[in-house]
Design a protein around this ligand. Structure first.
Ligand SMILES: NC(=O)c1ccc[n+]([C@@H]2O[C@H](COP(=O)([O-])OP(=O)(O)OC[C@H]3O[C@@H](n4cnc5c(N)ncnc54)[C@H](OP(=O)(O)O)[C@@H]3O)[C@@H](O)[C@H]2O)c1
Length: 217
């Protein structure tokens, strides 16, 4: 039976790679981005009411959800710690934390009901190794990780799991074409990320639940 997968944030190369991978595997993908287009629904995931309506719509149309891949990103840094802008914190909180909160709260009942569900975020090494130049970003990613681990705790004993994939940075063919001499050492290719996402179904939910899986190792 094909899975029903919600991919949140499909407009980037990473989002497109994840949608492509699930589609190739024969799954049904519900793609969401802020602006929509390319088959994606336009939903502002910072709007809790809009996300609850999305969950009702997906539940009504598909009857279930077997996977949620949260890919809404964003980055801001500063020259020094004291230069950190709290406006950047507000922005990153909205993108990295609030969208995750809205999606997980609205979709948890559907995920819990799945016979083999997975919830995944893509975090960054910075969350566990913050530096003076990325305080807002590292704190937002750390919050996203803690939130996801709370969801994992809520899913204990069910047939579903929540997990964190950890990367340093993403790379895709367009970046390589634009900068052919660069090695992109330590970067994760978006197609490898997509494979790591679908590989979460290769293990039992209990083995995956609450795990931080380092893709740079
Ligand atoms: N890129 C990296 O090097 C890197 C490094 C570490 C971790 N990560 C993580 O990897 C994941 C994917 O990264 P990425 O760089 O591909 O992400 P990204 O380019 O920042 O993702 C943007 C996607 O999120 C959508 N989006 C933004 N705000 C939204 C909202 N309010 N409602 C609905 N959709 C919204 C955008 O919609 P539109 O298409 O309509 O604009 C777009 O599709 C993220 O979790 C990111 O934090 C990335």
């Amino acid at each position: 039976m094909s899975r029903v997968i919600l991919v949140a944030g499909t407009g980037s190369p990473a989002g497109r790679a994840v949608v492509r991978r699930f589609t190739e595997l024969g799954d049904t993908v519900v793609a969401v981005s802020r602006s929509g287009g390319d088959g994606a629904l336009a939903v502002d995931l910072q709007d809790a009411t809009a996300v609850r309506e999305l969950a009702e719509r997906v539940g009504a149309e598909h009857g279930r959800v077997d996977g949620i891949v949260h890919l809404v990103g964003g980055w801001r840094g500063s020259k020094t710690f004291a230069d950190t802008s709290l406006e950047d914190w507000e922005l990153l909180h909205g993108l990295l934390v609030r969208t995750l909160q809205n999606v997980s709260l609205a979709f948890e009942p559907l995920l819990r009901a799945s016979e083999n569900g997975r919830f995944v975020i893509v975090s960054a090494k910075a969350a566990q190794a913050p530096t003076r130049t990325n305080a807002a970003y590292a704190a937002a990613k750390a919050a996203a990780e803690a939130w996801t681990l709370s969801l994992a705790d809520a899913l204990k004993g069910t047939s579903s799991a929540a997990a964190i994939l950890v990367i340093t940075a993403l790379v895709h063919d367009g970046m390589r074409a634009a900068n052919p001499d660069k090695q992109y050492k330590g970067f994760t290719d978006v197609d490898d990320l997509a494979r790591a996402v679908t590989a979460l179904w290769d293990q039992d939910p209990a083995a995956v639940n609450g795990q931080r899986i380092d893709l740079t190792a």
